[in-house]
Write a protein that binds this ligand. Structure first.
Ligand code: ADP
Ligand code: ADP
Length: 226
């Protein structure tokens, strides 16, 4: 099974800028996949389209076989997204953010609460559950976004630059957590501009530059070339 199939994906923004110039990408179920590229390459645009936050200009995107054109609800259900930036509303506590997210997917209150507790504990945020999310440190906010993305237990977890601006200790513990989630069967795609991050975590990699995939191979094969 393929977790993600992208064919001929193009994106021109309203100002005419062509951010994606025909991207093809396949990610197998169970993979830990890196989309690596410099700033401005088109990583966030690609992810935005997969999650239907950004409108594509042309091309096809399927998530576990569900087209985002015809079966958006099913595609969305399969995806958990950890965006780069998130604006938390004024007073909403950590606990509510995770539980309410589960509500959007129609989970019962008891299941939502059980999972919120499990993921907040695993991500070392349990002591912060009553804290307003906007008061958290950058690293805690990032972990909160991971808990929020996992609460409906998606088959595919997508993270946009998950450790940008995060200190080395937290980066390593996040890597460990993601590796464990992947081992348990969740397909993971992350974008990064650190080769080291891709190298530590990922089995397969695509390199994107100026809206085009310039390399798509296994991590092992890429490292041999360098
Ligand atoms: P990355 O995530 O790899 O840094 P992005 O997908 O954010 O790259 O951006 C790709 C290109 O598209 C960049 O040159 C960026 O300036 C441009 N871009 C992103 N969003 C918009 C927008 N809303 N309007 C116009 N251009 C945009
Ligand atoms: P109600 O069940 O009355 O709607 P909520 O579930 O919204 O109440 O919880 C109110 C507050 O109590 C939340 O903001 C949250 O911080 C806290 N809270 C609720 N349930 C738990 C729980 N199981 N563990 C930790 N904190 C909780």
């Amino acid at each position: 099974t393929k977790a993600l199939e992208i064919q001929g994906l193009r994106k021109s923004y309203d100002n005419g800028f062509e951010a994606l110039k025909g991207v093809d990408l396949n990610v197998a179920e169970g993979d830990f996949f890196a989309l690596l590229g410099p700033n401005g390459a088109g990583k966030s645009t690609t992810i935005g389209i997969i999650c239907s936050l950004v409108k594509k200009t042309a091309g096809e995107v399927k998530v576990f076989g569900h087209s985002i054109d015809d079966e958006l609800a099913l595609a969305k259900k399969a995806i958990g997204i950890v965006p780069q930036e998130f604006n938390f509303s004024n007073f909403e506590p950590v606990w509510d953010i995770v539980v309410n997210q589960a509500g959007y997917y129609g989970l019962s209150r008891s299941v939502a609460q059980e999972r919120a507790e499990r993921y907040l504990r695993q991500l070392d945020l349990w002591d912060k559950r009553h804290t307003a999310a906007r008061m958290l440190s950058g690293g805690m906010k990032r972990r909160l976004m991971i808990a929020r993305a996992l609460v409906h237990e998606p088959r595919l977890l997508i993270l946009d630059e998950p450790t940008a601006g995060v200190d080395i200790e937290l980066r390593r513990s996040m890597w460990q957590f993601l590796t464990e989630i992947n081992r348990q069967g969740t397909t993971i795609i992350l974008t990064t501009h650190y080769l080291e991050e891709a190298e530590s975590l990922c089995r397969n990699i695509a390199i994107i530059d100026k809206g085009e995939i310039i390399e798509n191979t296994t991590m092992k094969a890429l490292l041999k070339q360098l």
